[in-house]
Design a protein around this ligand. Structure first.
Ligand code: PLP
Length: 395
């Protein structure tokens, strides 16, 4: 996520203790942002190599911009007004039809709620299912905003370690389930590790999920996979999975805030959950997803940025780091690499990289020390110029 500019000390007059304390805990994002500003001022922007941001560096596909022009030109009557809180019925039906074709699950428009990206989708469903003290399982390392999304709705995040390849550990997940467990968040392709879960893994996790627990499958990176990999369809494989989808990464439109929640018809509580999520979407203040972008994504739902560009940068970076002696396996998807830091103290090593003008996020910021996250959204030329700095740091 971008952001960070407005973050000041959380403990100030009139600011809630909860928010103040959460801002302190989110300090890795803030710290990298502030260090970046300072480094650019001191060393010049050309000498700073920023691997810390997860913001797409490419423009949206031309077909997305063409669809946007068509939607604006067409200017449907009442298309700028309030609509049903779950979104335009025609858009929901179009999204459901694509999803049904892809997954084999008989989705209709009634199963889809248009949201303000995956962040909006997750907050909406968490609001709909959590009572104070309810627990949500996260697989460590994880996207750090999850913890705040859960706490937004009175829930408690419970982190469960993954294995050495960042794959779900079914035994550990089973051991973490309590009568208060309402959900497990899965994120494949994964931020920060780039791991993609196999169908066998999803099936093994599915075995231990019991009502009323849900699997919240957060899949904004699904189209960003490498080497021809096709991630298994979570909604088809897992009985109690709800999909949080976003076009932020697929179309490089993270500022437009468009995604959806899909609640499969085979869930016994599907109708009640759709109603609860529709209401939650409204009272969280989203009201509905951005109107124009609903029509755009309905026209070109499969448009995707050039994934080959990310793959080429992945190969360049991981091969170069490996040759230097780093433990840097190639990620299978998303646009992050998550190599080991050569010393166990990842925060110290991040400081060492900064002396070479390189900004990376320590694994500690995602719950796993001894690693660092490097974003592949950096420009290729900058990546190339950063490599001597990585070599010097490991020496
Ligand atoms: C794993 C993950 N989930 C959700 C989000 C939020 O994405 P969106 O822009 O769709 O709200 C991000 C953004 O970085 C992410 O990395």
């Amino acid at each position: 996520m971008g952001g960070g500019a407005a973050l000041q000390s959380g403990f100030a007059m009139g600011i809630s203790r909860t928010i103040g304390e959460q801002m302190e805990r989110s300090s890795w994002i803030r710290r990298m942002f502030e260090i970046g500003i300072q480094m650019r001022r001191e060393c010049g922007a050309d000498n700073v190599f920023d691997f810390s941001l997860g913001n797409p560096d490419v423009e949206p596909p031309a077909e997305v911009i063409a669809a946007l022009r068509r939607v604006v030109e067409r200017n449907r009557p009442r298309s700028h007004a309030y609509m049903p809180n779950a979104g335009f019925p025609e858009v929901r039906a179009a999204v459901a039809a694509r999803l049904a074709a892809r997954t084999g699950v008989p989705f209709t428009g009634e199963n889809v709620i248009m949201t303000t990206g995956a962040a909006g989708a997750l907050n909406t469903v968490l609001k709909a299912i959590l009572d104070p003290g309810d627990e949500v399982l996260l697989l460590n390392p994880y996207f750090p905003e999850y913890r705040f999304y859960i706490e937004n709705h009175g829930g408690r995040a419970v982190a469960v370690e993954t294995d050495e390849r960042f794959q779900p550990d079914v035994g550990r997940i089973a051991a973490a389930i309590t009568p208060r467990t309402k959900a497990l968040i899965l994120n494949s392709p994964n931020n920060p590790t780039g791991a993609v879960y196999s169908e066998a893994t999803l099936r093994a996790v599915d075995e231990i999920v019991r009502e009323p627990m849900l699997v919240l499958s957060d899949e904004p990176y699904r189209p960003i996979v490498f080497d021809g990999l096709r991630p298994p369809e979570t909604l088809r494989v897992m009985r109690r999975a709800v999909l949080a989808w976003s076009w932020s990464k697929a179309m490089a439109i993270s500022g437009e805030r468009i995604g959806y929640l899909a609640i499969p018809p085979h869930l016994p509580e599907a109708a009640a959950l759709v109603n609860a999520c529709t209401f939650a979407n409204r009272i969280l203040g989203y009201i509905n997803a951005p109107a124009i972008w609903q029509w755009v994504v309905a026209e070109v739902p499969e448009a995707t940025v050039d994934v080959a560009g990310y793959q080429a940068k992945r190969d360049l970076l991981c091969d170069a780091l490996t040759a230097m002696g780093y433990d840097a396996p190639r990620p299978q998807g998303s646009y992050y690499a998550f190599p080991k830091t050569p010393v166990a103290d990842d925060v110290a090593f991040i400081g060492r990289l900064q002396r070479e003008g390189i900004l990376a996020v320590p694994g500690t910021g995602f719950g796993r020390s001894g690693y660092m996250r490097l974003s592949l959204t950096i420009a290729r030329a900058e990546m190339e110029r950063s490599l001597p700095g990585f070599a010097k740091a490991i020496r």
